[in-house]
Design a binder for this molecule. Structure first.
Ligand SMILES: Nc1ncnc2c1ncn2[C@@H]1O[C@H](COP(=O)(O)OP(=O)(O)OP(=O)(O)O)[C@@H](O)[C@H]1O
Ligand SMILES: Nc1ncnc2c1ncn2[C@@H]1O[C@H](COP(=O)(O)OP(=O)(O)OP(=O)(O)O)[C@@H](O)[C@H]1O
Ligand SMILES: [Mg+2]
Ligand SMILES: [Mg+2]
Lengths: 256, 256
């Protein structure tokens, strides 16, 4: 049965998609069978791996909201052993659709259930909100990873986010375990980076991954070519950092 | 009666908050009375201008969802002539709360109505989603500004976004006019920036602001000090670009 990991943060542009795509591809490159589920209306994860606009349909919205069998919605990516359940604008009204549905927090888990035994890992790229899609991801996942940028709003947002995840756990009775907090887009030319990076490590200790992802132009370029960072520029700092992170993620899961 | 402008894009981290905060403060510095409405659960706009966590309550969520009089929720900022209607985590379940409410798309407009005559400009900083909060912002605003980053996902996202805004207009019968598309976080070390910037200008022509905002470390630092870019570093490229943009925004509104 697959291990499911959700990338969660209701602050935007912090590297959720980049991390979901990079970890999925690195584990698939290592020979594991991986499914990447794109829960974002913009379909960033799907497009970052080269899916065309037409390829986004049917995707996770149709599996969750229209009862389409998930196996009919899953598509292969250009990377062997990595499949994608694509996101699309059909996701944007999920909260309104699910508001009155029974067990609305478990709709995703039920929809992807048939596919879980086909994979070693499943990564859920969450949208930048804390609505029902993110709650569904937390009840479907074994673990969560929280990407955060080392600046004031990033730090503040993290505190809010962890509160909200705790409340979800209490309210619903189950939710993903925190696998780790990932410092992303660290740019040491920015004045507060070191100070706030230290604050995050002091406050959250071992919950913070040793691996830190620095700002790297190649990571910003890769999605425009529909390639993972490993295929776009294997020698970049970005590729090297995400490769290290993949090892750390697997180790943390093993030790659990 | 105030002119209301919404910053909209369901792609995250594209500079919605930075633009809303910078335009609000520049127009207030110029002597106009301005209200900044923070519709984001992370409260980024409010925190960027120095509001403490306790200052976020009551805010726009209480005015929209609990019927609190908006005048009781509006707070002064550290900048004379600029007031803030703060965002908070109480916004995150708005879609579920409003799903069955009559005229759910006009709840914000009704809530801020009493304050509209007190201001010259109102800026609405939207969350990174296309749910009911963003729809409410579009029915409350006279104009929208769409920040977009000059990369492949940014461009693709813009096409999706404009479709969604059009559909909202058709569905509800009214929505903000597009004031302009703003190219933000342009970094000419990134390979695709020039190519995609040109694509955006070719495709959308005069809809694109002449002013472009380049990547600027100072813009990333300023929120951590609770200051606008003009108070944090008036000589920075970021401050100069946003000052030019403010003039262009006012001119476009006058010509309308
Ligand atoms: N031109 C710029 N140059 C460098 N950094 C920038 C620039 N504009 C914004 N930033 C920084 O980038 C990050 C994202 O910007 P911002 O928060 O304004 O985007 P947003 O679209 O509001 O994000 P969200 O999805 O969280 O709402 C912030 O840390 C901000 O300080
Ligand atoms: N370490 C990095 N260095 C430089 N650019 C990065 C890095 N990580 C991500 N990016 C770029 O920053 C932008 C935002 O990253 P990404 O889309 O992964 O964030 P997100 O949290 O998924 O955003 P959203 O709020 O839209 O879901 C993208 O253009 C991406 O290519
Ligand atoms: Mg994303
Ligand atoms: Mg924002």
């Amino acid at each position: 049965k697959a291990i499911t990991v959700a990338l969660v943060n209701n602050k935007g542009g912090v590297g959720k998609t980049t991390t979901a795509v990079s970890l999925s591809t690195e584990l698939a490159r290592g020979g594991r069978k991986v499914l990447l589920v794109d829960l974002d209306g913009q379909g960033s994860a799907s497009r970052s791996l080269g899916l065309d606009r037409e390829d986004l349909y049917p995707g996770v919205a149709e599996a969750m909201l229209e009862g389409l069998s998930v196996r009919k919605a899953i598509k292969p990516s250009y990377i062997p052993k990595l499949d994608i359940l694509a996101g699309s604008m059909n996701l944007v009204s999920t909260d309104v659709f699910l508001a009155d549905v029974e067990k609305r927090e478990f709709v995703l888990r039920k929809a992807i259930e048939p596919a879980v035994s086909d994979y070693d890992y499943i990564f859920l790229d969450c949208p930048t909100s804390f609505g029902l899609l993110t709650v569904n991801a937390l009840t479907s996942a074994d673990y969560s990873i929280l990407p955060v940028t080392p600046d004031y709003l990033g730090f503040e947002g993290l505190v809010n986010l962890m509160d909200a995840v705790e409340k979800t756990k209490d309210g619903i009775g189950e939710a993903a375990e925190l696998l780790g907090i990932l410092i992303t887009m660290a740019d040491y030319r920015v004045r507060v980076t070191r100070e706030i990076g230290d604050m995050i490590r002091e406050r959250f200790g071992r919950m913070v991954f040793n691996t830190e992802i620095r700002t790297n132009v190649r990571l910003r370029e890769a999605p425009s070519y529909g390639k993972s960072i490993f295929d776009y520029d294997i020698r970049s700092h970005g590729a090297e950092a995400y490769s290290r992170l993949a090892k750390e993620v697997v180790n943390r899961i093993r030790q659990d």
